[in-house]
Design a protein around this ligand. Sequence first.
Ligand code: ADP
Ligand code: ZN
Length: 729
Amino acid sequence: MASEISTSSPPARVAVLVPLALPEPYDYAVPPDLVLAPGDYVVVPLGAQQLIGVVWGAGTDAVERKRLKSVIERLDAPPMPEALRRFVDWVAGYTLAPRGSVLRLAIRAPGALEPPRSRIACRLTDIRPSRMTPARQRVVATAGDGFARSIRELAQEAGVSDGVVRGLVEAGTLAPFEMPAEAPFSLPDAETRGMALGPDQAEAAAALVAAVAADAFSATLLDGVTGSGKTEVYFEAVAEALRRGRQVLILLPEIALTQQFLDRFEQRFGCRPAEWHSDLSTRERARVWRGVAEGRARVVVGARSALFLPFAELGLIIVDEEHESAFKQEDGVAYHARDMAVVRASLGAFPIVLSSATPSLETVVNADQGRYRRLRLEARHGVAEMPQIEAIDMRRDPPERGHWLSPRLVIEMRRALEAGEQAMLFLNRRGYAPLTLCRTCGHRFECPQCSSWLVEHRFRRELACHHCGYTAPVPTSCPACGEEDALVACGPGVERIAEEVATLFPEARAAIVSSDNLRGPAAHRAVFAAIEAREIDIIVGTQIVAKGHHFPWLTLVGVVDADLGLENGDLRAAERTFQLLQQVAGRAGRAERPGRVLLQTWMPEHGVMRALCSGDRDAFLAREAQARERVHLPPFGRLVGVVVASADAELARRTAREMARQVPRTEAVSVLGPAPAPMALLRGRTRLRFLVKAGRNVNVQAFMKAWLGEMKLPGAVRVSVDIDPYSFM
Ligand code: ADP
Ligand code: ZN
């Protein structure tokens, strides 16, 4: 473009995408003193607000020039890489989410686009306040480790208000000082020696290193039993990518992003990776986001949203525990991080590794059909053997009335404890009892806002809804018939199992490991450290103990209710139950001592129990695949879930009926519903569902647009579309 400045020449215009639920970018005029290119972060006016947006391309001339508003300023940050912009477009096109909503995932790091400021931190002095309260005591104890923290961070960590901390600053107990703007990122060292790999491991590692060296898209399934050394193996691929000057993303389900994992990374690469998960402070998010954009953070270990970080030189993605349903985001932009990671690798022309001991059927089918390469690790590393898995037939060995542990399981627990080993009881149910009812009138305690029973939490003395968070104190009399002391708890949760353990093994040190019993990462770290240090004999846990932890002294795993996950009959119930129980089983016997796993089940003849006990995973998956192929379910067909929800029940039903009338007629697609959703009421909203079924090669996005694209919906109704749904509630 000519540099001549003429008052009559039209101002250049650009299309700017803003992080709001809008499908398209808007045009803005470029002020004469500004030069903008695609990817630039800019501030633009929208209505009465000013928003940060991204220049998406040239303007479209759709808006008259004189009505065009101007870009306010360009922000000083590396432009959003083209690969990420194309990825945002792709994800929006696939999930049918507004493009602006997808963009929001990529710039959800408040403050990252402002220059980092230095900040005030405080440090403990020798002065103690004249009046010591329990809250002040907690602050002093927290600050006692010598780490510098801001007032806010210190207050959060100690669980007190900012005012308590400020009071201690005034009293001189804490001394404020200025901290450097940002901690730098350490550079992982690819040349630190890894472990000497066994022959199978070395072969798999060489294949992954070759994939990185090929500098092109490829997808590899790293399929190996728990403990076979998959992490060690993919670390070799990480090292190769680092040697080639590329950034690396390791995606983990949030709950597997443990201290242990970070320690292992540090052992291999000499420093901590950058972390990205929901627990980061705003400040840390900004630091990591900027470090990634500027290429200073070389390796990010993160939960699913890390996929949208603005990597400048991304060259490898690892998806660990690729089968985990936690990779599927249900709210807002409904995307599957594993599937979208494959897309990102393909758009960026670099390799991706999917790692699992129990790969998803989707991935297994992709490997079988040759779209993904498959590397297998058949044995556990070193002397550790796979645990022996047995079913306890609860029809033949039932527990005593009012108890939940079969005598056989109790005998095995006793044996483990006597040998100085640890036992774990697994039950994927929080709280004390999943249902409370009145013995006299049969009244059941239900959430007033959801179709779900209230779960009793005995430690907190309350009834809680696990869907919306509603809580109420446990009453002493029945609210329906008024009878005193007539309420009974039905069924067990982890708290109830712990109670049974306490009566059976009064000497043993037991701990409940569930999200309600452990608040915050520090509590998690503490309990896992105590288990490793053998300060705990019996662990009673929900799924948070199932993943990623390695406890050398844990030799017995008892699954309290192996049938639990099979109750909800969705299409992946069997697959998921198998995966979860296999993962839980994998906690046993990870070192010299062999492990045993006992599954309490009322249906030992079920395919899932048989597959677990015989260890014949591949046969199980093959049967699952056949069953789904017969009825054209994923991955052999496509599904779209549509939920219509409104606080106005009649309006929700009327809208759903109207939607049903507008379904485009086509042979290739069938639309089932509307039907009341299994969660027919959630947070006070009435919900109805449609399920769209189509062949694998049908463009369901085009179908959905033809169906719903032009439809006018009442404002009080929300219609959410979930391509490839994992939840059918
Ligand atoms: P996976 O990821 O397949 O579950 P890990 O990589 O966690 O397996 O390995 C399981 C355990 O075996 C870890 O404690 C790991 O350090 C150890 N291990 C794996 N491979 C080796 C090796 N080649 N040499 C020494 N220890 C190893
Ligand atoms: Zn509720």
